[in-house]
Design a protein around this ligand. Sequence first.
Ligand code: AMP
Length: 479
Amino acid sequence: MTSDTLRPDAFRDECGVFGIFGDSEAANLAYLGLHALQHRGQEGAGIAASDGRLIRASRGRGLVGDVFGGQELANLTGNMAIGHVRYSTSGEASLRNVQPFVVRYRDGQLAVAHNGNIVNATQLRDELEAEGSIFATSSDTEVILHLIAGSTQETFINRLVDALLRVEGAYSLVLMTENTMVAVRDPWGFRPLVLGKRGDAWVVASETCALGLMGAELVREVAPGEMVIVDGDGEQSLRPFPRRPRRACVFEHIYFARPDSTVFGRPVYDTRIGLGKLLSEEHPIEADVVIPVPDSGVPGALGYSQESGIPYGLGLMRSHYVGRTFIEPSQQIRDFGVKLKLSPIKSVIAGKRVVVVDDSLVRGTTLRKVVRMLRDHGATEIHLRITAPPTVGSCYYGVDTPTRDELIATRMGVEGICEYLNADSLGYLSIASLRRSEGEDAGRFCEACFTGDYPIDPVPEGARKQMPLFVEDSPTEKA
Ligand code: AMP
């Protein structure tokens, strides 16, 4: 595949990564860690483990629990392992693109798991292909492997640094050779990554919820631009990259991360409650009940209810047996998916003036359906409140966002959107309130999806042609 065939404006790279060094149950713990990170990716999962001599991997499409059986995990022997969950909205999911990628090059084996998006991947790939590289996947992550293999530096760590110096964009990476684990975060710190300890074992994970599950203690965040190396001699930290201003993804706090995680040093749940409170201050309304769009709207609705004094109610039930509606590929199926996923509880909403809180409004699909559902079940007024500003920019740094044209707020103003959704009122959190919630970290977040102000500026040409992570091929393939 050449970059010309890549689908323009395709952003699909939300993922979770995990790594553990120094535990004889490494693969089993990676399995548990990936379970905790499942919300970050539901289309594919993989674990690579090393016994010090050989790296073995097992990968598959689907949920963590479906991909790994006891036998797969039993085969993954050794006291170190890395894992990955992948999230994608694309139709065809190819196993070739499910990580960790494991390759063999002149120095031995290497495994990598990546969360983020390499903005100049297409450009680098074109250059590498021109020099004769043959790519096995359509993923931006493979570019990093080629750069490592092609580096003239002498040690693995120096080769990795050399490779990453050429890479622009968002990466929280966990890599593994036969006997070393490395965790790296890009200098902007777009995506989260934390370091923990479980007894003598070192653990890295996208979110703290993965540490909590296995009783590991949080040591600290892997800092933006930091490389943590763990091997038989213990742990060491390097800062090999030029410094950049910190630009943590604010959308992790608003939507993506799990509420029981602490992300970028802040508890996600508390942050979301705070956003709901600020929203209530900013857009008060007389109403009888505040309901969330579950699950992501729950803390925001609680915050709104606490601040306004309007009782909280569970007006919508969520089925946990369907995936996120957002990931359905076509609009037709997406519409259907909302009904499949959410169903109203009539006694909470009938005859009531209802405030509905959701974390974000992207295309407007979810809330349009929700409003119709609530009206059909007797709500007398519907006031929509969003714990984020209008989404006006696609993400180039690892959150799957539709193209700019698909974002409803790029096509109409608040009044127009309110009318389209058939609500009685619509209130978004302002950028100013969002920054208030960031406290002393205000200005240190990437808010490009709400401001259109991209930290890596100008966005390199090739970024608009992000490589699809999944390409068509046999669905039954197993690594
Ligand atoms: P929409 O229905 O297109 O307006 O999307 C908004 C809904 O999708 C909200 O309920 C969000 O919780 C959810 N959402 C927003 N952004 C994303 C994303 N990047 N990935 C998955 N779901 C999202």
